[in-house]
Ligand binder design. Structure first.
Ligand code: NAD
Length: 267
């Protein structure tokens, strides 16, 4: 119960890593505000937390809308009295060659994966400062934020952006002596529903252009088996464990760090 008495917001909490993180933070004692655009999935995460004896609420939230961020932070304070932890997890994957990528597809990735993280930090930090007990922000990047991947340039740009945004903000908070730590998590190939949602046409044309015609790039297992030293995909719970560590006081001397959980992918 390392997070007992703490309050967290987890975006993208209806599925995959976000759901696993919400369940883990709640199991460790935090009250969790789960948000997502998938209301059925979000309500199910809330139900799962409550069934396990934890505290949770769910709100609909598109992370690109600034006004909604203000409401979510306000609702969290109203429901649970404080804010200690923000997990900026909501994200989309899109695989397209740069020459074939529409400006709309580019802007959409940037808006959700990068601007959503900025907005979350912008509106959570004043609430954390008001509590005067510090806080922990965990931004979900990717191994695609550490190294480039052909066919994933847009996604890499968003995740590389999250990585350095995190480090810069960590220094702003440290300079303010506000006790707020800001770190990024970099998952490798993790078996979640995101692999079924990636723009399939884009990825298959990318794999053909890269000389791997017919390569099934949409299976987390296949990608992991091909590229991960440990030979298999990770689980959402593997990532949730790293998030829970960064959320807890066990990591109290860590800020601006990147926690890589990738089965050796980037080694
Ligand atoms: P997922 O698709 O299972 O879950 C993502 C969640 O985000 C979904 O519930 C979705 O509804 C929500 N979401 C999407 N757009 C949103 C928006 N505009 N506003 C609010 N919610 C929105 O995917 P996942 O694998 O659990 O991914 C979670 C995070 O982990 C993402 O940021 C992703 O880029 C990152 N990541 C995943 C992997 C992997 O292999 N699965 C690897 C590296 C990084």
């Amino acid at each position: 119960m390392k997070l007992e008495g703490k309050v967290a917001i987890v975006t993208g909490g209806a599925s995959g890593i976000g759901r696993a993180a919400a369940l883990r933070l709640a199991a460790d004692g935090a009250a969790v505000m789960v948000t997502d655009i998938d209301d059925a999935g979000g309500a199910e995460t809330r139900r799962m937390i409550e069934a396990a004896g934890g505290k949770a609420a769910y709100r609909h939230q598109d992370v690109v809308e600034e006004g909604r961020w203000k409401e979510i932070v306000g609702d969290t304070l109203a429901a649970f009295g404080r804010l200690d932890i923000l997990v900026n997890n909501a994200g989309i994957g899109s695989g397209q060659l740069v020459t074939e990528m529409s400006l709309e597809a580019w802007n959409r990735q940037i808006a959700i994966n990068l601007t959503g993280v900025f907005l979350g930090c912008k509106h959570a930090i004043p609430a954390m400062r008001a509590g005067a007990r510090g806080g922990s922000i965990v931004n979900i990047s990717s191994v695609a934020g550490l190294e480039g991947s052909a066919g994933l340039a847009g996604y890499c740009a968003t995740k590389g952006g999250v990585r350095l945004f995190t480090k810069a903000l960590a220094k702003e908070c440290a300079a303010a002596r506000d006790g707020i730590r800001v770190n990024s998590v970099h998952p490798g190939i993790i078996d979640t529903p995101i692999w079924t949602k990636i723009d399939e046409g884009g990825l298959s044309s990318a794999s053909e252009a890269l000389g791997q015609p017919g390569a099934n790039m949409l299976s987390a297992d296949m990608v992991a088996a091909a590229g991960t030293p440990m030979g298999h995909a990770g689980t959402a719970e593997d990532i949730a464990a790293g998030i829970a560590f960064l959320a807890s006081d066990d990591s109290k001397y860590m800020t601006g760090s990147e926690v890589v959980i990738d089965g050796g992918w980037s080694a």
